[in-house]
Write a protein of this length. Sequence first.
Lengths: 392, 222
Amino acid sequence: MTRRQLGLGVSTACVAAGLVLAGAGGWLRGPAADAAQRGAAAGGTAARAVAAANAFLGMLSPAERAKAAFPFDSPQRSNWSNLPSGVYVRNSLKLGDLTSAQRDAAMALMAIVLSRDGYQKAVDIMNADEYLKNNPARGRPGGGGRGAERGGATPPALAAAIVPAQNAAAPGAPQRGGGRGGTVFGKDEFFIAILGTPSASAPWMIQFGGHHLALNVTIAGASHALTPSLPAAQPATYTLDGRSIRPLGDENDKGFALINALDAKQQAQAILPSAVTDLVLGAGQDGRTIQPEGLLASAMNAKQQAMLLDLASEWVGILNDEGAAARMAELTSNLAKTYFAWSGPTTPGSVAYYRIQGPTVVIEYAPQKTVDHVHTIYRDPTNDYGARFVKP
Amino acid sequence: MTRGTAIIALLLLTAGLGRPARLDAHRLDEYLQAARIAIEKDRVTIELDLTPGVAVATSVLAAIDRDRDGAISDEEGERYARVVVDGLVLHVDGRRVPLALGARTVPAARDLTEGTGVLRLQASAELPAVSSGRHALFFRNVHRADVGVYLVNALVPADDRIEITRQHRDWLQHEATIEFQVGRSARPHEQLWSALAGLLVAGAVAALSVRRRHPVSKPQVG
């Protein structure tokens, strides 16, 4: 047996172990993540990801594979959004159309390419959407949704658009045609695509997302990129099995901690004198670099700089540990040229926007007029979709 | 950045208009209007994304679909785009500069009424050759101020002779003043570093040249 065969055998065994545990424990609760990441520790993440991706693709029928596999340079790479199914068509493979084993394999792949905390964040966002499906009032103005301060009346158009749970597509049922017919929420409405051929060296990409989640992971051997990605949440706080879940809680809390750690002079530079009401570089804004503004990190003390890096790590750290470490090193090396900007009140619990922008990073945190509905974006203007990994 | 790279960057900015616009937010009773301003030495280009929320989309569509047939024709889309662009205000160094409508992407009426349609417009203004030194651009958009929510941001200039030095907006981002500096060949601080680097290289070359002409003799032992 050659070393390559041994390596592949170990990889496959690890993935298989992950699938068994995922099936036994429920893939949304952690066992798949634990098993897959234990396997990841035994070898390079890229090799594990290749094995898991191939295992997943191997379980698909030709028709399913046609929805899941795209060329690396396919326009599918920019086909992501924070919008829900029913108003946005993702053109890839829906988890709700898969068997349990196939879904487990898809999530095992995500558990490998993401960190433990990153995988949990994705799961928490998916569970938030499931909660929203079962508690549609949380998505309406007056129920914690956008526009609550405008009187709380439910716009007739939105009330009609929220599909009651019993009308949601059953697993295996054909997707609603053309994205029409009303908004559909829930953990079944998340999609996966693989762009390019899973490879230990050549670049390939995993695209995973649904309502309030878009993860674009590019892998090129030991080089990994998670940009652009869009983690969002509504509701921003919900209860699951008796526990309070805040998918973007640390992003919120650390942001407020940082702005309040600045002195008056620093705050005067950081706080923009205008209302930033939404993401500037969200979906559809590939390739754009806005003029940075706010407070330069070089004007922060060491503790404040550490807080800034810790805040950025909430996005950077979604990626697997190998990729995240390299990325954090890059951000740290560019820290002096990194800006922190804020818009809105600084009192914790307020609706406030912030942005972190450096030579290789743009992070935005944008509540949608309520703290219960937050959109964020994570970009690298020099390496979105792993542009640097692709040799010309 | 070379001229070729700047041209490529501008083409990429323009090319973005040809792709279907992706809706980033699902607003309800607001009309989000996000402007991005690209400053070049002889031109200003404004890209404006207009996204009506589902609760205001009907009134926006009514302004576009003048024949009330439930569809947006090319002519209707262009007419509305011109109305929007004609309402924009652009001043450079205190003088109003006319904007010309360029490329545009107009969504289907149904996408608009569902709150997922994005109108993407591009408008540009030719500038007289901007001299080296400090300049200021003023931009205002108050289209549908009754329901409008605005964002305006300068893009990092593709031409590295141009440096944005300050952006100031009113609270609601109806208006923005962008101060910028035009250098001769590179940004001023980069010119200084280039000059210092050049001096160091020249000094090193000179030192090597002197050493070759006057090699140090080994001391005689004996």
